[in-house]
Every structure is written in structure tokens, then in C-alpha cells.
Design a protein around this ligand. Structure first.
Ligand code: SF4
Length: 405
């Protein structure tokens, strides 16, 4: 058999949701012809959802660009890479020289790999001395990074999805995992078959809420009142983890003082007190309880505080730091975590090192062999779009489509 007739498997990650299923692209004669689930991945156990199964189909689509396009006289014309790169470099430099570092905006996608995100923020900072760099987690799970950092010191999930099977109680809040993150939803189905109780907190009777043991319907945007009320009843009943709090948690007295205002929240949340108490006691009494949440928590103006409420519940009950517990955000795209970790953010370098701290800037300047890194908080993705044509005169957008999404 000739070399060209051989079928090759190329291992990669599904380009869609944040579950990050591993798969093999099937390549024949240099062309992608299909996809096979990767059997040894602990993430997806050799399974893919319909999105993953069809993710190869666009690879050779005639709609894909195969060369750069430059707009001339209002019409796109094909150009060589040299011509396109020279033009971009010239225009970015001209804009930076004329308007300064705040005249440029840089946005990257959470579907790009870690290396691209790292080099992108380095390009903005080293090349143009600007912190106007952000990624599209800003409009989905940015609050997870901020909220989880404030709660746990690290802006990431505390446990893996598959760990839900080690829990004794699962609280799903603002997530329709069965439809939006099917292979994480599969873990919930497995948990249900194992007899692990699931409570789904959602204004809608979603597919996920339908398989739950209890659907807690509440008024949209009242997450914090509901979580505070749960915490009130947990503390009132003495079901908080006193030893864990004493050893590892700050601010308990302030929290107790604050949640006392939230004993009865039916007027705000629409959830009767007996239902709040039942959910609170089930969560606090379980040996191991996990919270799984999604955009129903984050895509609100109170997103960061909503996430902190999830963190507060876990810390109050000692549900952190072992299998079967924790707080698990289901990310929308496959590299939301990486784009943030790599420093594609207006105020931090990779690893969430703050740009405003002089010692950290000095360290990065030494590592990158430059001087003059900016200390200011750059424009976020949303601010950049608002500033378009005013402060911001040119933007470099990598792999996302802010006009649509
Ligand atoms: S669950 Fe998510 S990562 Fe897995 S195959 Fe489906 S879309 Fe892709």
C-alpha cells in the first residue's frame, strides 16, 4: 500500500465547548475526512456529542479563506501574505506613533491555543506598550476568573467534571449542561444513575433541570439573595464547617452579619423559605457536595459576585480541597481558561501577575528584554468596542467575531 493510501489519525481537542473532548482527526491523502473520538481520554471516555462528531466538516469548506484579503476601494481583493503582513505592521505602527499606546486595541479568542494567546498579549505589550488587550471570556466567563480568584486564590475550576461522580450531592446552578456541554451533562446522567441527588437552580425548566431530583425555579438575576439565604439557614442550623472555617477561611463574622438580612427572600427570588432551607440543608449535610455552574451565573452585571456566592457556599461548608466537592464552572469555549491564564487580559500578565505591581513589571521587562511596560489598566473588550473611532483608532482581532457574538 502506498504512503498516500494510509489513513492517519491526528490527536487534537474538539474546537467547540469548554469540556475539551479529545478526538482524532482522520486524514487521508492530506485531507481531513472524518473524526474519531479518542478512546483513552478521561474527559470524554471515547464519546463525542453531535458537535464534536461534525467538527471536521468545515476544514475544507469552500467558504474558508485560503489567502489574506485586503479591502481596496470598498472591495476585498486577494493579497499575498507578505503584502498583508507589511500593510498590517505599517498601519499598526503609524497608529501607535500618532495616537500612542491607547490608540490600539487587541482582542483574542478563547478558541485559540495557549501559545497564540501568550504571544498575542506579548505582542501588544512589547510591540506597542499597551495593556489594551483582552479575550472573549470577558463576555462569558470573565467573572469566573475574577470571582474564583477572590474566593479561592485561583481563577479556575477546583475539580474536574468527572469528579462529580464522587459527590454525594450535586447543585447545578445556571447551567443546562445536557444541551450546552453534553459530555459534562453525561456525567450528570451517570451521577443520577448512581443515585446521587441533583438539584437544578434555573429560572427555566431546562433539559438538565428535567433530569434533576428537584428543580428550583427562581426569579432571574436574584442569585445572590438566594445564595445568601441558603447561607443564613446553614449557619442558623449550625451546619457550617466550623473547623474548616477557623483554619482556612477569612471574613466569616462579616458574612454572618450580612446574610442575616436574607432569611426570607421569597419576595425577591420567588423561592419559598421551606424550599431554600431544604436545598441549603441538603447541600450542607452531604459528605461531599459539588456546585456546577455556567453562564446563568456569569453573564449578568453581578456575575463576579454571583461566582463569589458559589465560592462562599463551598467555603462555608468546607466543600473544597478533596474529590467530589468544589466549584466547577462549565466554560463556553474550549480555551477560556487558557486565554485568561496566558495573560490576554488588560491588567495581568500570564499567571494573573498584576501589571500594576512594579516588581512584576520589572520581572517581565527583564524576561522580554525591554523597558517601559505600561502600569495602567487597559481597555476591556467591551470598552474597546465602545471606544472604537474615538480613543481607539485600530484594532487587531484574532479569531473572534465581536460584531456577531
Ligand atoms: S461536549 Fe463539547 S468538547 Fe465534547 S464533543 Fe461536544 S462540543 Fe466538543
Amino acid at each position: 500500500m502506498s504512503e498516500s493510501n494510509l489513513i492517519k489519525y491526528v490527536q487534537t481537542t474538539c474546537p467547540y465547548c469548554g469540556v475539551g473532548c479529545t478526538l482524532n482527526l482522520v486524514v487521508k491523502d492530506g485531507k481531513c475526512v472524518g473524526v474519531e473520538a479518542y478512546k483513552r481520554s478521561p474527559i470524554n471516555d471515547g464519546k463525542l456529542c453531535p458537535k464534536g462528531v461534525t467538527c471536521w466538516e468545515h476544514v475544507h469548506s469552500p467558504d474558508r479563506l485560503t489567502s489574506p484579503l485586503i479591502k481596496k476601494n470598498g472591495k476585498f481583493e486577494e493579497a499575498s501574505w507578505d503584502e498583508a503582513l507589511d500593510l498590517v505592521a505599517k498601519k499598526l505602527k503609524e497608529t501607535s506613533d500618532k495616537y500612542g499606546p491607547k490608540g490600539l486595541g487587541f482582542q483574542t479568542s478563547c478558541r485559540t491555543v495557549n501559545e497564540d494567546c501568550y504571544i498575542f498579549q506579548k505582542f501588544a505589550r512589547v510591540g506597542f506598550k499597551t495593556n489594551n488587550v483582552d479575550n472573549c471570556a470577558r463576555i462569558c466567563h470573565g467573572p469566573s476568573v475574577a470571582g474564583l480568584s477572590l474566593s479561592f486564590g485561583s481563577g479556575a475550576a477546583t475539580n474536574g467534571f468527572e469528579d462529580a461522580l464522587n459527590a454525594d450531592f450535586i447543585l447545578v446552578w445556571g447551567s443546562n449542561a445536557l444541551e450546552a456541554h453534553p459530555l459534562a451533562g453525561r456525567r450528570m446522567v451517570q451521577a443520577k444513575l448512581k443515585g446521587i441527588p441533583i438539584y437544578a437552580v434555573d429560572p427555566r425548566l431546562s433539559t438538565t433541570a428535567k433530569i434533576a431530583d428537584k428543580w428550583i425555579q427562581f426569579n432571574p438575576s436574584t442569585h445572590i439573595a438566594l445564595a445568601n439565604s441558603m447561607m443564613y439557614w446553614i449557619i442558623k442550623a449550625g451546619k457550617h464547617d466550623k473547623k474548616f472555617i477557623e483554619e482556612r477561611v477569612n471574613g466569616f463574622d462579616e458574612l454572618w452579619e450580612m446574610v442575616q438580612k436574607y432569611a426570607e427572600v421569597e419576595d425577591i427570588t420567588g423561592v419559598p423559605t421551606e424550599v431554600v432551607k431544604d436545598m441549603a440543608y441538603k447541600y450542607a449535610s452531604a459528605k461531599n457536595a459539588v456546585i456546577i455552574y455556567c453562564l446563568g451565573i456569569t453573564e449578568l452585571t453581578t456575575g463576579t459576585d454571583n461566582v463569589r456566592s458559589m465560592g462562599n457556599l463551598a467555603l462555608l461548608t468546607g466543600n473544597v480541597g478533596r474529590p467530589g466537592v468544589g466549584v466547577n464552572p462549565l466554560r463556553g469555549q474550549n480555551n477560556v481558561q487558557g486565554a485568561c491564564d496566558m495573560g490576554a487580559y488588560p491588567n495581568v500578565y500570564s499567571g494573573y501577575q498584576k501589571c500594576e505591581v512594579a516588581d512584576i513589571r520589572a520581572k517581565m521587562e527583564k524576561a522580554w528584554g525591554i523597558t517601559g511596560l505600561p502600569d495602567w489598566y487597559g481597555a476591556t473588550l467591551v470598552e474597546q468596542i465602545k471606544q472604537c473611532g474615538d480613543e481607539i483608532k485600530a484594532m487587531y482581532i484574532l479569531g473572534l467575531n465581536p460584531v456577531v457574538s
